[in-house]
Design a binder for this molecule. Structure first.
Ligand code: P1T
Length: 391
């Protein structure tokens, strides 16, 4: 659905206002300020094709449209699409490809994305190449006549590498490739890939966008009408849509995205600083440190460094990592991230368990690595919790 939500009247809204108003109109029926949960599969027609814009909820639902418009607005896109999970959104993007096509993706990426690429799409004749995307010359050399798309995750999950979206976009424009960016970790509050030249931005909205660990939803946003039509055709045909209740909850979450992200960033910075100074910590991965290898790119393309941190304790081992995550009391041991509550994960056995050990270790996802999703609790309590577990 086309969205002209960048403006209210003639004035362009700032991000914090767009989080609340972007793409939103009071509901047409009774002026409800929040879109009603249109819990319906279908819509009455006066004559075949005689409907009010919606025919069948796989093709479109007003609650889902409200979410899709909000996401398009926040990402400075023109079209949004909402799916039943982040993976369903990625799956829709991959369906743009045909057998024989090739995709180059960041070597460090969410384990589920790796599993979808290698475990499903490879058998349909699509080839995947991995790249650390630190050297644009090397990336350009990886492109061949079959390459169709570059898939970037930045910051990467879980190693927090930062990829220069603008530099990759220059390459994709030169070689006429599609550039898709998984913006889950950064959110549009910190980084807007479409403004930097990406064609498609994707989110696991399960995470920061919805923000309350109560839904599984995925979204896409694009600027180009033809690309939006192709993705809409895939969405409608394959049917991996977000339901009305989950769309409502995600939209409700988005309305506080800016306030939550501000606190995630503050708490993230405090905890990264605490960890890096701790005698029992070997290495901390967080792009806000000047010593982070991609700090300058992060400063250039992000408006903050977020609340995701990975670290390796000194003399860390698989067993010690498990002991540590079990000892935490406020950080909940759970898959996922980006909710108001702090979570801890052990990537090697959880989020990245589907990547072969040799592959994940090449990227730094060692058995001792621990990943924190820093929530918006009082940071002093979070630090106390880490302190008791580390000691
Ligand atoms: O879980 P789902 O909504 O399907 O989203 C998949 C996904 C896609 N991209 C990134 C960067 C992700 O982090 C995820 C989901 N990640 C986890 C569940 C996790 O614990 O890392």
């Amino acid at each position: 659905m086309y969205v002209d939500s960048l403006k209210m009247g003639k004035k362009e809204l700032k991000f914090n206002s767009k989080a609340i108003h972007g793409g939103q109109e009071p509901d047409a029926a009774y002026g409800a300020v929040m879109p009603p949960i249109y819990q319906t599969s279908t819509y009455a027609q006066t004559t075949p094709g005689g409907h009010k814009g919606y025919e069948y909820s796989r093709g479109g639902n007003p609650t889902r449209s409200a979410l899709e418009n909000a996401v398009a607005s926040l990402e400075n896109g023109r079209y949004g699409l909402a799916f039943g999970s982040g993976m369903a959104a990625i799956d829709a993007v991959l369906k743009l490809l045909s057998p024989g096509d090739e995709l180059i993706c960041t070597s460090d990426l969410y384990g589920g994305s790796y599993r979808l690429f290698k475990g499903i799409y490879e058998k349909y004749g699509i080839k995947f190449q991995f790249s650390d995307m630190t050297d644009m010359g090397v990336l350009a050399d990886q492109i061949n006549a079959n390459t169709r798309m570059i898939w970037v995750e930045t910051p990467t999950n879980p190693m927090m590498n930062i990829i220069d979206i603008e530099a990759v976009a220059k390459i994709t424009k030169t070689y006429d490739l599609l550039l898709a960016v998984d913006n889950t970790f950064a959110t549009p509050y910190l980084q807007r890939p479409l403004d930097l030249g990406a064609d498609i931005v994707m989110h696991s909205a399960t995470k920061y966008l919805a923000g309350h660990s109560d839904v599984v939803v995925g979204v896409l946003a694009v600027k180009d009408e033809k690309l939006a039509d192709q993705l809409y055709f895939i969405q409608k045909s394959s049917g991996g849509i977000s339901g009305p209740m989950d769309s409502f909850l995600t939209l409700r979450g988005i309305k506080t995205l800016h306030v939550r992200m501000q606190r995630h960033c503050e708490n993230g910075a405090a905890i990264a600083t605490y960890l890096v100074g701790h005698p029992r910590v070997e290495k901390v991965y967080w792009p806000g440190f000047e010593s982070h290898p991609n700090h300058e790119i992060a400063k250039k393309q992000m408006e903050g460094f977020g609340g995701m941190i990975s670290f390796v304790p000194k003399s860390g081992s698989y067993q010690n990592a498990i002991k540590f995550v079990e000892r935490l009391k406020i950080f909940t041991l759970a898959e996922s991230l980006g909710g108001v509550e702090s979570l801890v994960g052990h990537p090697a056995s959880m989020s990245h368990g589907s990547i072969p050990k040799v592959e994940r270790e090449k990227n730094g996802v060692v058995d001792a690595l621990i990943r924190l999703s820093v929530g918006i609790e009082d940071v002093a309590d979070l630090i106390d919790d880490l302190e008791q577990a580390l000691n």
